[in-house]
Design a protein around this ligand. Structure first.
Ligand SMILES: [Zn+2]
Ligand SMILES: [Zn+2]
Ligand SMILES: [Zn+2]
Length: 338
């Protein structure tokens, strides 16, 4: 019989198929292939084809917007929100509105067109994480912003419009509803128990074992108890930490190792799927707290969201997380997560 499971952090229910659980081979999908044909503005040598860079690592004396970089951050050429102007919050009768102010940046993870995040050396992934952190720390000085979301779309099916591997960052003048729900719910849990719900969850998952995919000294990757999507994977720091940007280098090194390991496992088990990931961290102005625990949610693009999901906010997940975790654990990868 299928199972209804509730995610303790968001309160969201999901339907998990248990009888005819789908295996990796059951998902009809297209592998992400880097074709490399056509002009690419993110490639080495095309630096003048993007808006002027905001940040670059690895330059050895070479000038801005020239080759010589290893990670590069530029404004999105087609931003979802505009950086100039005031918020100008207004009521329109019972409706609320404000100007579409925000920052929309692109983190180009490597100058090499053919690379994917899963095939980059750990040191390069660490640099990408450092670029995320540095941009967040800088954008937090802008008092118009309340939240900064870092996310990645890999592959056309996951919404990537350019195949050269990159992530994105959007600074928002409001805290998004999904994040607000997670923060508020974990605060309620803390008020009742004086414990972080994520720390509790990590302890329990380590004890239970069945949903743990891999771990190292600082990080753990699990299939959550009530995942929306097959092979959904969460990466969490083992020690309580409420904000992504307020960490020291061993934490980012541990994360880079585990990210590379998990992405390689996804590539192996699901034959290079399209995927998204998001970094969930505390809103600006509430960075230091005992209740919210930052994390990364990774979702390979295997299923479609349809009418039932739109109508209910429920998700139907055809693969129990205990199964997906097992497939992920058994994947053949050169294990470097330690
Ligand atoms: Zn390229
Ligand atoms: Zn915690
Ligand atoms: Zn989250």
């Amino acid at each position: 019989m299928p199972e209804l499971r509730k995610d303790p952090i968001t309160g969201r229910w999901v339907i998990i198929s248990t009888d005819r659980a789908k295996r990796p081979s059951d998902f009809l999908r297209q592998s992400v292939e880097i074709k490399g044909n056509g002009f690419c503005p993110f490639c080495y040598g095309n630096e003048d084809k993007t808006p002027p860079e905001i940040l670059a690592y690895g330059r050895n004396g070479s000038g801005r917007n020239q080759p010589g970089w290893t990670v590069r951050v530029v404004p999105n050429k087609f931003p979802a929100l505009g950086i100039e102007g005031d918020l100008d919050r207004q009521g329109e009768g019972l409706f609320d509105k404000m100007n579409g102010i925000g920052a929309h940046e692109v983190i180009i993870e490597t100058p090499t067109h053919e690379a994917t995040l899963a095939t980059l050396p750990e040191k390069s992934i660490e640099q990408v994480l450092a670029a995320y952190r540095d941009r967040v720390l800088d954008l937090k000085n802008d008092r118009r912003f309340r939240y900064i979301l870092i996310f990645k779309n890999h592959g056309e099916a996951a919404g990537a419009s350019l195949e050269h591997t990159h992530s994105q960052l959007i600074a928002l003048p409001i805290v998004p509803k999904r994040v607000r729900e997670e923060v508020d719910q974990s605060k309620r849990y803390y008020q009742e128990k004086e414990r972080c719900i994520f720390c509790d969850m990590i302890r329990q998952e380590i004890e239970t074992e069945s949903r743990v995919i891999n771990e190292n000294e600082h990080f753990i990757a699990i299939a959550p108890y009530a995942p929306r999507f097959p092979f959904e994977t969460w990466l969490l720091p083992k020690q309580h930490s409420s904000a992504f940007e307020n960490n020291q280098s061993p934490i980012y090194t541990g994360l880079a190792k585990l990210m590379r390991d998990i992405l390689a496992r996804l590539d192996n088990v699901l034959d290079r799927p399209a995927y998204n990931y998001v970094i969930h961290t505390s809103p600006i102005g509430e960075e230091s707290n005992d209740h919210y625990h930052w994390h990364i949610e990774m979702m390979p693009k295997l299923t479609k969201v349809a009418g039932f999901e739109w109508g209910t906010g429920f998700y139907i997940n055809p693969t129990p997380p205990e199964e997906s975790a097992r497939f992920m654990r058994e994947a053949h990868v050169e294990s470097a997560a330690k």
